[in-house]
Design a protein around this ligand. Structure first.
Ligand code: 0CN
Ligand code: SF4
Length: 316
């Protein structure tokens, strides 16, 4: 490896969003209040490091609520659950604490409202993703999932004049825009949110990674392979014509990526802890001298309230 310094630039904002902070806080507070074990349906957020850290403190992660003993403390992940899962949890008398991000819950409400007014609801999202399964199962009624402009062409709603759309919160803003344009062209009377339901954190991180990719030779996105918002960041970096790698942590780095490179940009998905970003910076510093800087960008100060039973500020 060469010894000349490498510029390491951090995106702003990056990493944890308010929904992820809240979801992790919920598991930690539930462990403190009720004692282990507490059960969590699905990864609380899509990050193996977060999950392992909580598992070590007594959280038990399960795929479905039928794996949870009757009456146990049960937390739903930030991505939300279907009504069928809620019903099953009630039937088993589980003590449910809902860590669904309030911005996901907002999409559930929107979708339900459209369905109640007799609209077919079109959900723009990725098939098989936990949030998408939850949203489909919260809306009830007729929901059509579309993931691409091509899917829009295949839609056969009951009444083309009574269709509405909602979106997954962690989509690519640009891709969603193209799909919505195609929907409006096919169904001129379609109704939907003002722009889309992509959350503030997803949008801010996408703007920031674009800014970052303009300034560096290589982009590293810290995030898990199953994290939708992290994958979108990698796609945007790559779309800017820069080599862009999604890495779980510093251990995934291949030093060959930096041959002849003078600057590396780092960002992190909404579910990736900052300690993993520091680990990547330290790893780079072990390879070459570094000059570290952080881009200016949006400073986020969004905070969501905790569920009532865990809120330290609740009125008794
Ligand atoms: O990575 P996440 O757990 O989830 P996706 O990006 O895969 O949806 O990040 C938190 C987002 C939520 C909900
Ligand atoms: Fe909520 Fe957005 Fe964070 Fe998902 S990425 S938890 S929708 S704030």
């Amino acid at each position: 490896m060469s010894e000349w310094p490498i510029r390491v630039i951090l995106a702003q904002p990056r990493g944890f969003c308010a929904g992820v902070e809240r979801a992790i806080d919920i598991v930690e507070r539930a462990l403190a209040l009720y004692g282990p074990p507490v059960y969590v349906r699905h990864e609380i957020v899509h990050n193996g490091h977060v999950v392992e850290g909580l598992r070590a403190r007594g959280a038990r992660f399960v795929d479905e609520v039928d794996e949870i003993p009757n009456g146990a403390v049960t937390i739903f992940s930030a991505h939300g659950v279907s009504m069928a899962v809620e019903t099953m949890a009630r039937a088993r008398d589980l003590r449910v604490i809902d860590a669904t991000c309030p911005l996901v819950t907002k999409v559930h409400r929107e979708g339900r409202r459209y369905a109640a007014n007799g609209f077919d609801v079109i959900l723009i999202g990725h098939k098989g993703h936990a949030e998408v399964d939850g949203t489909i199962g919260q809306i009830g009624g007729t929901v059509h999932l579309v993931s691409s402009v091509a899917d829009v062409m295949d839609l056969r709603p009951c009444d083309p004049d009574r269709v509405a759309y909602v979106t997954q919160t962690t989509l690519s803003v640009d891709d969603a825009h193209e799909i919505i344009k195609a929907l409006v062209a096919r169904f001129p009377r379609i109704v939907g949110p003002h722009v889309n339901d992509i959350c503030y954190a997803t949008q801010n991180r996408q703007v920031a990674v674009r800014e970052l990719a303009q300034r560096v030779d290589v982009v590293l996105v810290v995030g898990a392979a199953n994290s939708s918002n992290s994958n979108r960041l990698r796609e945007i970096g790559a779309g800017m014509g820069k080599p862009c790698y999604l890495i779980g942590d510093a251990g995934a780095i291949d030093t060959a990526w930096f041959d002849g490179v003078s600057s590396v940009g780092i960002t992190a998905g909404a579910s990736a802890p900052e300690v993993l970003v520091s680990g990547v910076v330290d790893h780079l510093a072990s390879l070459r001298p570094i000059r570290l800087e952080t881009l200016s960008g949006v400073i986020e100060n969004v905070r969501f309230r905790l569920p009532y039973e865990l809120d330290p500020n609740r009125v008794a």
